[in-house]
Design a protein around this ligand. Structure first.
Ligand SMILES: Cc1cc2nc3c(=O)[nH]c(=O)nc-3n(C[C@H](O)[C@H](O)[C@H](O)COP(=O)(O)OP(=O)(O)OC[C@H]3O[C@@H](n4cnc5c(N)ncnc54)[C@H](O)[C@@H]3O)c2cc1C
Length: 458
């Protein structure tokens, strides 16, 4: 039976999209930079259906591109050119199967949007801490497969730190029922780790058991104006020294960056968004921030500051940060980077990038923002006014910025993954030993190269 006929019989009404018009939004990445045709888009409802799809695709030599919310920034969830590929969407596998409050965990299907899990956790008085601007659309399966970070990694860790167990369909159609809820389990290899951050190249995640945390009862959020990245680092270190893990957010934005997200309440060369959370209502995290800011202003590391006085004001301050990626896209886009360096080299990284761009790419606009407390910055370069993004020498810019990060002991991909867009960077910066181990793992798990070809491994 032809593949599409068999898929339609398996998945029923609404289970397969085949026309070019219906497929198009699934075939193109969030920024519209990569677009290639798929044979169809399939919408399974169960792990058993995913297993059957894998067997059908193997029999018809069609590769599978797993796709969550399609918000990934490296085109990992859309097809490559030159191979028959089926897009496997999780939009119909979107149930929170249940919360176990005694074990502090939730079981969610791969297609549950992160924000919906956060909401379900909040309704039960718990926190699911992975949060970022696209979390209303990004899904559990996609976030696990990219090991997403977001704005609260500082205190709670990235997606990997939340995963207790996984349900995964392997390349021969086997379903691995690894949904355990054990914080401790040393019975051999920790197999779930292999699928976290694997970008759909080793297996297809159909559900996950995820850690929940106590929900903070008091939160204080401040936007602080700073002169330089070195001042921002000094302020971060000072607040972290007094707040410890209660410092749940520390985001850096240059003036150019913040204006892509909105208009800040005051003007400064750069800004730090800080949040301190407390489990008890009377813990007064605001006092802690106020004290730290008073000291920072006396020392000259902070120039100006506002502390949110209501949840509305907090939302407004958070909105300035969260709106940057979309604002940047609407302003014509940028050559984007997602680097990390050790915290001790952060200020140096920012200063060296500013020098590099001014010297070698004169007129380009530098837009730096991101998760300063994690050593992770998005260093994005926009063309000079009047020039199109396409006219920038993207490979030269990317090579220069990423080499700088790697020279400072950092990584060219902190949280977005590799997908299609960072394959050259992998070839340039990943060690031959690491690449060899990755290739051996890929061959062991997916000998026919069925899962997400042309991604992650150059
Ligand atoms: C405005 C904006 C802000 C962002 N902010 C952040 C941020 O702060 N931190 C951060 O880390 N990321 C951020 N991202 C990037 C992106 O949102 C994350 O990478 C997210 O985790 C992707 O989830 P998704 O469901 O959209 O996955 P997709 O984009 O659909 O897929 C991502 C990868 O996962 C694979 N995949 C998807 N589902 C499965 C599955 N069930 N099984 C196996 N493989 C699968 C895909 O094949 C692909 O390789 C941002 C993106 C946008 C657009």
């Amino acid at each position: 039976m032809p593949l599409l006929t068999a898929l339609s019989a398996l998945l029923g009404q609404g289970g397969v999209l085949t026309t070019p018009g219906d497929r198009a939004p699934f075939e193109r990445d969030w920024r519209g930079l990569a677009q290639n045709p798929a044979v169809a888009v399939a919408f399974p409802k169960t792990a058993e259906q995913v297993s059957e799809i894998v067997k059908l695709c193997a029999a018809h030599n069609a590769a599978i591109v797993p796709q969550g919310g399609n918000t990934g920034l490296v085109a990992g969830g859309v097809p490559i050119a030159g191979r028959a590929q089926l897009i496997l969407s999780f939009n119909r596998m979107n149930q929170v199967r249940g919360l176990d409050l005694a074990a502090n965990c939730a079981i969610a299907e791969a297609g549950v949007p992160l924000a919906r899990l956060r909401q379900a956790a909040a309704e039960a008085g718990r926190l699911f801490p992975v949060s970022f601007a696209a979390d209303g659309t990004a899904q559990i399966g996609g976030a696990i497969s990219t090991n997403a970070g977001g704005v609260q990694v500082l205190s709670y860790g990235n997606m990997r730190a939340q995963v207790l167990g996984l349900e995964v369909v392997l390349a021969d159609g086997t379903i691995w029922h690894g949904l355990n809820a054990l914080p401790k389990d040393n019975s051999g290899y920790d197999l779930k780790q292999l699928f976290i951050g694997a970008e759909g190249t080793l297996g297809i995640i159909t559900a996950a058991c995820l850690r929940l945390h106590p929900a903070p009862r008091a939160v204080a959020t401040a936007l602080v104006g700073v002169g330089t990245a070195a001042d921002a680092m000094a302020l971060f270190q000072a607040v972290r020294a007094s707040a410890g893990p209660a410092l749940t957010l520390c985001e850096f934005m240059t003036d150019e960056a913040i204006h892509l997200g909105g208009t800040p309440p005051f003007k400064a060369p750069s800004y730090l968004l800080l949040e301190v959370s407390a489990l008890e209502e009377d813990a007064a995290p605001q006092l802690l921030i106020e004290r730290a800011l008073e000291e920072a202003m006396a020392e000259g590391t902070a120039l100006d500051a506002v502390i949110a006085q209501s949840s509305q004001q907090r939302k407004m301050l958070m909105g300035l940060r969260e709106a940057i990626p979309e604002g940047e896209l609407h302003a014509g886009g940028a050559v984007k980077h997602d680097i990390s360096v050790p915290l001790s080299r952060m200020a140096e990284m920012v200063a060296a990038t500013q020098t590099l761009i001014a010297r070698d790419f004169a007129g380009c606009r530098l837009n730096i923002f991101g998760h300063l407390g994690d050593g992770n910055l998005h260093i994005n370069i926009r063309p000079p006014g009047g020039m199109a993004l396409a006219d920038l020498n993207k490979p030269a810019i990317t090579s220069a910025v990423e080499c700088l990060a790697v020279q400072l002991g950092g990584s060219f991909s902190a949280e977005h993954g590799v997908g299609q867009f960072r394959l050259n960077s992998m070839a340039a910066h990943k060690s031959p030993e690491a690449l060899s181990m990755m290739r051996r793992l890929k061959t062991a798990f997916d000998p026919a190269g069925l899962f997400n070809p042309g991604k992650t491994i150059p």
